[in-house]
Ligand binder design. Structure first.
Ligand code: PMP
Length: 305
């Protein structure tokens, strides 16, 4: 991916994709203290627009605050950077990756004395868990790795270091022939996927773990809360056990990359009818209407680039 045409916004300037480089002694590369976002731009009925841009930028700044990092740009500048990157690279739809990291002036665990940097890249990226997965559902494995405890790494920060846990869980699941991992918290309650929030449907009610289970406060998760309210579907945030999932009617993952992806199997146990269920399909359709600009109620969630 490093050698290609295009531009990356790097500390306030657009630089060539292949020149957007950092030093090997970069603090974040050694100790993992950094934060990022995953954002999508959709080719909506009104042209290319970034979905919930302000909320993503706000979460990036929240992550930095939690990690005691002072981003040297304003939120407006970071919003503009994201629009600019999509425009400049002439992308109709895109996945955007803003990342803030600690520089290379000085090593040692204490980052004091280092500068803070920020970049935004964007590229075309289709369905994260596959087009087929969006329609038919994916196969998931409960991970042998627990999700972070809320007082170890900070779970409301989209911190670089949190993803070593996600990577371990995801690799284990893939090596075992599954599509994705489901992680439990340190008490054994359902938390989230390696890069997704999780939902369970039972008797027409939609359940999702409350955030004390260590799940990220997903922006797609929040979008689904709005969709359920609009559709008159009861939504409950609560502690969820693994066996509640096994006997659920439907399950699905949400995320900027994963969008709304049905889960048809967990630990080789079929979930419901073993396909995308009717409630998931309704929510999925409502989601794609919103992100593609077909629901005027949420026009304010789409920022034209
Ligand atoms: N949990 C984790 C661990 C994630 O990486 C993501 C993706 N950002 C999510 C949940 C979903 O968050 P969002 O809907 O904001 O993309």
């Amino acid at each position: 991916m490093a050698d290609r045409d295009g531009k990356i916004w790097f500390d306030g300037h657009l630089v060539d994709w292949r020149d957007a480089k950092i030093h090997v002694l970069t603090h974040t590369l050694h100790y993992g203290c950094g934060a990022f976002e995953g954002v999508r731009a959709y080719n909506t009925v009104n042209g290319t627009a970034i979905f919930r841009l302000q909320e993503h930028t706000q979460r990036l700044f929240n992550s930095a605050k939690i990690l005691r990092m002072q981003i040297p740009f304003t939120q407006d500048q970071v919003n503009d950077a994201q629009k600019e990157v999509v425009r400049t690279n002439q992308l109709k739809s895109a996945y955007l990756r803003p990342l803030t990291w600690i520089g290379s002036e000085k090593l040692g665990v204490s980052p004091k004395g280092n500068t803070i940097h920020l970049m935004v890249a964007a590229w075309e990226w289709g369905a994260y868990l596959g087009e087929e997965g969006l329609k038919r559902g994916i196969r998931v494995k409960t991970s042998s790795y627990s999700r972070h405890h809320v007082n170890i790494t900070m779970t409301q920060a989209k911190a670089v270091s949190n993803y070593s846990n996600s990577i371990l869980a995801n690799m284990e699941a893939l090596d075992d022939g599954y599509d994705e991992a489901l992680l439990l918290d340190t008490s054994g309650f359902v938390s989230e996927g390696a890069g997704e929030n999780v939902f369970v449907v039972k008797d027409g009610v939609v359940y999702t773990p409350d955030l004390s289970a260590g799940a990220l406060n997903g922006i797609t998760r929040n979008t689904v809360l709005h969709i359920c309210e609009d559709l008159g579907i009861q939504l409950v945030q609560k502690r969820i056990t693994r066996d509640e999932c096994y006997i659920a009617d439907e399950m699905f993952f949400t995320g900027t990359a994963a969008e709304v992806t049905p889960i048809r199997e967990l630990d080789r146990i079929q979930i419901g009818a073993g396909e995308r269920g009717p409630v998931t399909e309704k929510i999925q359709n409502a989601f794609f209407d919103i992100v593609n600009g077909r629901n005027p109620k949420y026009a304010h969630w789409l920022t034209k680039v």
